[in-house]
Design a protein around this ligand. Structure first.
Ligand code: SF4
Length: 258
């Protein structure tokens, strides 16, 4: 089975409730959204070549041509997994669920090696998730806010249609996973109304989900992050109907790792 691979490397989880855990990242190519704050725009299109870390956590990469096979991805990962215990393998992107067969095969193989499988997804491809879900331990889905995210098919500068219907359909599948994290990236454009809509949908569909409010990390066109006061006000807003709500900024920029 073939897949488009961007990179494989060993690091620590830099965001969400499992921040700090040793994680092998397997990043797949291609994405059908365009988040204004995206910090991996090189993944939007399938990659011609993949980067493979040679030594766990040392950032020394070799390159290899795409397409990859699941077997090649596993053998490229083997020395990294052997060098140091990893608690998670993160299937990320891009949008990994654009390649559901490959995702399912990778997840099954990595899980057999003893790691928990973390799926990092924009949270809009429910049918693909259904295919992958039996092999996943943690679904970490975004709840995209249309104030700062558009579909690839929508023109730049247009006001995007909200993503709530697609996210609700996705969450109805994701709630069958052992753990589910719903992440909202908050920018200066985030409105109370769109946060309320996300809160009400999560409270109705999966009130036990962990919800993460992540202040945007300035990158590319985004130069400012929301204030601490704004984040605390949104936290209080979500806590009106959800139990597990956390404000967790990305940690990688703080100490300069990927
Ligand atoms: S969904 Fe992820 S990879 Fe795609 S544009 Fe948004 S942040 Fe970037």
């Amino acid at each position: 089975m073939e897949l488009n691979l961007v990179e494989i490397f060993s690091s620590i989880q830099g965001e969400g409730p499992d921040v700090g855990r040793r994680t092998l990242f397997v990043r797949l190519g291609g994405c059908d959204l365009r988040c204004n704050w995206c910090d991996t725009p090189h993944t939007w299109l399938p990659a011609k070549r993949a980067r493979l870390e040679r030594t766990a956590g040392q950032g020394d990469f070799e390159e290899a041509a795409n397409p990859f096979t699941v077997e090649r991805a596993l053998s490229a990962s083997a020395p990294l997994l052997a060098a140091v215990p990893h608690e998670f393998v993160s299937l990320t992107g891009g949008e990994p669920l654009l390649q559901p067969e490959a995702c399912a095969a990778l997840a099954a193989e990595f899980r057999a090696l003893g790691s928990e499988i973390h799926l990092e997804t924009h949270g809009l491809h429910a049918t693909a998730l259904r295919q992958v879900l039996p092999h996943i331990d943690i679904v970490s889905m975004d709840w995209k806010l249309a104030s700062d995210v558009r579909r690839e098919s929508e023109p730049k500068g247009a006001v995007a249609e909200p993503f709530d219907v697609g996210h609700a359909a996705f969450l109805e599948v994701a709630r069958e996973a052992p753990r589910c994290v719903v992440k909202l990236v908050v920018t200066l454009r985030t409105t109370d109304a769109e946060v309320d809509a996300a809160r009400d949908a999560v409270a109705k569909l999966h009130p036990d989900a962990s919800v993460v409010l992540q202040p945007v990390t300035p990158f590319a066109r985004v130069t400012e992050r929301p204030s601490a006061e704004r984040m605390l006000a949104l936290h209080a807003r979500l806590r009106e109907s959800l139990d597990d709500v956390r404000v967790i900024p990305q940690t990688h920029p703080v100490w300069g790792v990927r």
